[in-house]
Design a protein around this ligand. Structure first.
Ligand code: TMP
Length: 212
């Protein structure tokens, strides 16, 4: 038996407000794990490259209007269309660092006033992350960071509501990092958490489903 092919990759998700530094940290973590010769890929949601992703992208750019429920389900569908690939990558030993996942889906839509249980329902059965890293930053501080890019949700008042939704969603298993610290300090903390998770998954931690 080849032991290595039995060990699976870890599903690691980064969450946080817009401009919390998730994207920079994902690429840093990718390089870090690659440097340790791990099989790793960096993913993001929304994945704007699919047909559904293009509809989402045009909605975010304010080029199209959609009912709040409709866009919520498109974000979810965008994760469902990647689910089987995600599972096969993980089972074949590749770790995935994912920039936003179902928690963004629920946090952003419930911040608009949609019922939180309704928001969670379409996510049931997607793969559960092995680790959720929350990059914690006050909405005011995120807003100061080089300004927002002008997409639909990038407004201080709305981001405050999203921060509140994340507070409701997060549980004891999430790891929170102070994203107001210098990038290197944030990275240092994340590296340790990520490596720990990768090791646990290699040792046979069971891959489970949302919401568990
Ligand atoms: P991005 O800036 O990380 O590409 O994400 C685009 C925006 O979409 C961001 O404001 C968060 C929001 N979003 C949702 O509303 N629902 C979701 O399911 C996801 C993944 C993102």
């Amino acid at each position: 038996n080849n032991h290595k092919s039995d060990s699976r990759g870890a599903l690691i998700v980064l969450e946080g407000l817009d401009r919390s530094g998730k994207t920079s940290q994902s690429s840093r973590l990718l390089s870090y794990l690659e440097g340790l010769s791990h099989s790793v890929e960096s993913w993001r949601f929304p994945d704007r490259n699919t047909g559904v992703g293009q509809m989402i992208s045009s909605y975010l750019a304010n080029e199209s209007q959609l009912d709040d429920h409709t866009i919520h389900l498109l974000f979810s569908a965008n994760r469902w269309e990647k689910r089987s690939l995600m599972e096969s990558k993980l089972r074949s030993g590749t770790t995935l660092i994912v920039d936003r996942y179902s928690f963004s889906g629920v946090a952003f839509s419930s911040a608009k006033g949609l019922d939180i249980e309704w928001c969670k329902a379409p996510e049931i059965g997607l793969l559960a992350p092995d680790l959720v890293l929350y990059l914690d930053i006050p909405p005011e501080k995120a807003a100061e960071r080089g300004g927002y890019g002008g997409e639909r949700y990038e407004q201080l008042e709305f981001q405050r509501k999203v921060a509140h939704s994340y507070q409701i969603l997060r549980d004891a298993s999430w790891k929170t990092v102070d994203a107001g610290l210098p990038l290197d300090d944030v990275e240092k903390q994340l590296r340790e958490m990520v490596l720990d998770c990768v090791t646990t998954c290699q040792k046979g931690k069971v891959l489970s489903k949302l919401w568990s």
